[in-house]
Design a protein around this ligand. Structure first.
Ligand SMILES: [Zn+2]
Length: 447
């Protein structure tokens, strides 16, 4: 192992340069600019490892990159995505969003944390193993998605079409970060997602605001509908939801780790002014409960001048992060029933995205081995959390064959993921490469 770690340190500049080349290609989802060049760079990187690489589209999706290398009875799947979020608001970037600027221990670029740096940590890990003269102990498969940031709309079909790729022993997912105590955060599932647009249209056109004495205002109606779903403390007021929120199987470390979640750190680092007044079990709420989040509301006149109108319509976008058992379809039904009961049945509900949640309970062997890898590389134990609080297509890839799953990424707590000035720390990149090396070379201990 030490020999491979030494190679990673020696190849440091080469790995940084290669990652910068990758992040300098824009591959913003929904915009074809830079996509084919990104696919080309990744294909070349994987082929240079000796992988057999193909690209596949489902309908008119961006290409999925599939790579296979190594041999052996056991198989590891690396899932990640090469598409990135849009760069707006552009004037808040301190350097070009695709410049790959380095500043001391940091690399800035859209996609460097989410998730090109993580893809590259897998590639560099395999490169270092091979350069050390060792063979891969198992077969390795890469599936690189080009549309994860819009909810991987074709991944269900892709999974059915390429089902054989998914029959693996371990799936290493793409997301994770190093926390403020320099521990890698490792998880075993992802929350699901239901994204809804709620529309309230009551008039063919705006009216003079004097009509507000007797005419229902769609903005008010929408606000009442929204506030009927959740109280000021964050409790969900929709009947029949609680029975779907079940405690997850106990893993000794979780209780300790979840109680270790330090709010004051996030209050300061992320400049959060106010937390919900949930006094107890705040971390359990964060990791194990669904969210009812308003992403945006729009209605009527919102400019600087004075215009007295009664708007004809109002709409809101909402996302709901879902826990295992609470599927997007169940929640949608419950919301429709709730609106009917409360007199909001005329609200138009448009479903934008549905993603199932997924959770793979880790066994003792996996936990023990991950702890050992973390101690060797980070010199401390990892922070295990049950599930990532974000969503991704884990269910589509992992529900059929139920491999062991662990999610790991090379971002850190201040990576500005999805925001201006996205960045990673070079030290996390190098440690992330070493961690993946350690997991690959010790995979026979747990798969
Ligand atoms: Zn993302």
């Amino acid at each position: 192992m030490e020999k491979v770690f030494k190679i990673i340190d020696e190849e440091r500049d080469y790995y940084i340069k290669s990652l910068i080349k990758l992040v300098r290609e824009p591959s913003i989802v929904g915009n074809s600019y830079g996509i084919s060049q990104t696919v080309k760079i990744l294909t070349k990187m994987l082929e240079d490892l000796g992988a057999y690489v193909t690209t596949e589209r489902v309908g008119n999706s961006n290409p999925y990159i599939i790579a296979k290398l190594g041999s052996g009875e056991k198989k590891i799947l690396f899932y990640s995505h090469y598409d990135v979020q849009p760069i707006q608001p552009i004037d808040e970037w301190e350097c070009g969003p695709f410049s790959g600027t380095t500043k001391e221990n940091l690399i800035f670029s859209r996609g460097v944390a989410d998730s090109k740096g993580t893809i590259y940590s897998r590639i560099a890990a395999i490169d270092a193993i091979l350069k050390s003269g060792r063979e891969l102990p198992c077969e390795i498969i890469f599936i690189l998605d080009g549309e994860e940031e819009i909810g991987s709309p074709t991944i269900g079909e892709f999974s059915r079409k390429f089902e054989d790729l998914l029959n693996v022993d371990l799936c290493i997912w793409e997301a994770g970060f190093v926390d403020y105590k320099d521990r890698p955060v490792l998880s075993f599932g992802m929350k699901g997602l239901l994204y809804l647009e709620l529309r309230c249209k009551l008039l063919p056109h705006d009216l003079h605001s004097s009509w507000a004495t007797i005419v229902e205002n769609p903005a008010w109606k929408l606000i009442h509908a929204l506030s009927s779903m959740r109280d000021r403390s964050g409790n969900i007021n929709i009947e029949g939801i609680k029975e779907y929120i079940k405690p997850l199987p106990d893993v000794e470390d979780w209780k300790k780790n979840l109680s270790d979640f330090d709010l004051s750190f996030y209050r300061e680092k992320l400049k959060i002014k106010e937390f919900l007044p949930i006094k107890e079990k705040i971390s359990e709420n964060h990791f194990l409960n669904p969210t009812f989040n308003i992403c945006g509301i729009h209605s009527g006149y919102t400019k600087n001048m004075v215009k007295t109108i009664l708007p004809h319509s109002a709409w809101a976008n909402m996302d709901f992060r879902l826990v295992p058992n609470l599927t997007p379809d169940i929640l949608l039904e419950k919301i429709k029933e709730h609106f009917k009961k409360k007199g909001f049945e005329d609200l138009e509900i448009n479903v934008k995205t549905k993603i199932e949640s997924f959770f793979s309970p880790p066994d003792e062997k996996l936990i023990t081995s991950l702890k050992k890898s973390s101690l060797r590389v980070f010199d401390r134990e990892p922070l295990f959390i049950p599930m990532l609080t974000g969503s991704g297509p884990m269910y589509s890839l992992c529900s059929k064959y139920n491999p062991k799953v662990v999610s790991h990424g090379i971002a850190y707590y201040n990576s500005h993921v999805h925001a201006p000035n996205e960045n990673i720390r070079i030290s996390d990149l190098l440690n992330g490469i070493k961690f993946i090396v350690d997991v690959i070379l010790n995979c026979e201990d747990f798969i």
